[in-house]
Design a protein around this ligand. Structure first.
Ligand SMILES: *[C@@H]1O[C@H](CO)[C@@H](O)[C@H](O)[C@H]1NC(C)=O
Ligand SMILES: *[C@@H]1O[C@H](CO)[C@@H](O)[C@H](O)[C@H]1NC(C)=O
Ligand SMILES: *[C@@H]1O[C@H](CO)[C@@H](O)[C@H](O)[C@H]1NC(C)=O
Ligand SMILES: *[C@@H]1O[C@H](CO)[C@@H](O)[C@H](O)[C@H]1NC(C)=O
Length: 458
């Protein structure tokens, strides 16, 4: 046997060994799994909330709960009184979820144009309606009621024609499912809902659509043992068709969120502003008031590009990914206001994405003196480059950065701008970048400018 062949065999054995780790159904074992690298490198994903709640499309995706739940919202109750006959049920909204303009390829193109690298689509929200023809959601799924289409399937196929990675959101609980309410009345000592609904559904979507993100939610009323969470995740990591590439989050039962699972989401719009030791995701919405589409939203309810980019930059500086949510209309369009934000985001990423994708948190997340500057870093071998994201264009001709320590070979460039910029060292740490020659008309972006400092000493 030749030495080369032997080496190849050894390598194969090693590879098998590292892939052959078996995760146990407990959090210590599940937490020990390294996050597949694609996730951290991606930095930006798109979240999509679409379902029967997109039909009333007022209040939020929590419409049903706010109408008929434990603490009804008087405004929602009044809206139903004013506009619908007295015996109208939430189920009646189902047939109005028409989706007649839903074109999965068009959505995928818009998502790709945003610069995002993955999407997380709501397969089922707390209302229980499944956006795929589930065997376990009789007469309350997108094939039987409403679109008469396999929405998840169409989107999975369309997204896979692009470079985007396909992921699914799934709600563990359902507000009004009789089996869930029964288990709840039994203080979760019975598990009928999990055994007959939640688990079969999760196995079904993973086996059928092979999502590479399982974004779990709706966990908070019951402990993880009720949800069978560690058993499911161990199966996902050991045996599922996506075992080597899938990532999941932390919403798997009382006390688990922000502590265990895959990456941490902690709470909605989680943006800690300081570096985190564990990978996190800031899941947030362009419409500040809702994840689902709202017909009665005002322009001021939507984040501006300045706000959206600041959120992205601060999140990534601290080690997180940003998951930006859009809520399509019941007829299947991504409203132009959302489309514009996504395309603007993508245009910005084309110029500045080098400082975002595949970057790492630096020693400093924000500048020690300039509150409008946040940093990321990329290192390869001997050289370390720092990206300074400047949220407000300086009011003087000099940009002062207090944190970076330049070396004799450091160059400063404004990304997307022609020539390198002159700068001076300010003491052992800090640079003053000369902006007087920068021609305003040639600036590459309208919002948040990125200065790249190569070969930094610290
Ligand atoms: C319900 O279960 C929890 C633990 O899972 C326990 O702390 C609590 O006392 C129980 N409540 C009732 C009413 O049995
Ligand atoms: C929990 O998950 C395991 C597989 O990981 C499955 O075999 C078992 O049936 C599940 N339990 C329930 C109650 O669904
Ligand atoms: C920025 O950095 C300083 C330390 O230089 C720190 O005190 C501050 O909390 C940081 N965060 C924000 C949001 O400014
Ligand atoms: C850099 O400095 C040189 C010498 O002072 C000057 O000629 C040049 O225009 C400056 N370039 C920029 C981009 O500021």
């Amino acid at each position: 046997m030749g030495a080369l062949r032997l080496a190849a065999l050894c390598l194969a054995a090693l590879t098998t060994l590292s892939q052959g780790v078996t995760y146990q159904p407990n959090w210590a074992s599940i937490d020990s799994r390294p996050l597949p690298a694609w996730y951290d490198q991606s930095k930006l994903g798109i979240f999509v909330h679409w379902g029967v709640f997109s039909v009333p499309s007022i209040s939020s995706e929590w419409f049903w709960e706010r109408w008929q739940g434990e603490k009804p919202d008087p405004k929602v109750v009044q809206f139903m009184k004013d506009n619908y006959r007295p015996d109208f049920t939430y189920g009646d909204f189902g047939k109005e979820f028409t989706a007649e303009f839903f074109d999965a390829d068009q959505w995928a193109k818009i998502f790709e144009a945003s610069g995002a690298k993955y999407i997380v689509f709501v397969s089922k929200h707390h209302e229980g309606y499944t956006n795929w023809p589930s065997k376990y959601s009789f007469n309350w799924n997108s094939m039987d009621v409403g679109p008469n289409r396999d929405i998840v399937g169409e989107l999975a196929t369309a997204v896979r024609k692009t470079d985007l990675i396909f992921g699914l959101y799934h709600s563990l609980f359902e507000w009004f499912h009789p089996l869930y309410l029964q288990d709840k009345a039994n203080n979760f000592t019975t598990q009928d809902f999990v055994a007959r609904k939640t688990m079969p559904e999760l196995f079904e979507i993973v086996n059928k659509y092979k999502p590479e993100v399982i974004w779990s939610d709706g966990d908070w009323e019951a402990p993880d043992v009720y949800w069978n969470s560690t058993n499911f995740i161990a199966w996902l990591y050991n045996e599922s068709p996506v075992k080597d590439t899938v990532v999941t989050n932390d919403r798997w039962g009382i006390g688990v969120t922000c502590h265990h699972g895959g990456y941490l989401t902690c709470m909605d719009r989680y943006n800690p502003g300081v570096k985190q030791n564990r990978k996190f995701e800031n899941a947030m919405t362009i419409d500040k008031g809702s994840w689902g589409f709202r017909r009665n939203a005002y322009l001021e309810d939507y984040l501006t590009m300045d706000e959206l980019l600041e959120t992205l930059i601060v999140t990534v500086s601290c080690g997180g990914n940003l998951l930006v949510n859009v809520g399509p209309t019941k007829y299947g369009m991504i409203a132009p206001i959302y489309e514009e934000r996504l395309r603007d985001l993508g245009q910005w990423m084309q110029v500045n994405g080098d400082g975002i994708y595949g970057s790492h948190p630096w020693t400093y997340q924000n500048d020690t003196k300039n509150p409008d500057v946040w940093y990321t870093m990329k290192a390869d071998g001997s050289s370390k480059d720092v990206y300074a994201f400047v949220l407000k264009w300086p009011t003087t001709d000099v940009l002062t950065l207090a944190a970076p320590a330049p070396t004799s070979t450091t160059k400063v460039t404004l990304m997307g701008y022609q020539a390198p910029l002159n700068f001076t060292k300010t003491g052992s740490q800090g640079v003053s970048v000369q902006l007087s020659e920068v021609q305003y008309a040639l600036l590459p972006c309208e919002w948040a400018w990125t200065f790249k400092l190569t070969n930094i000493a610290n």
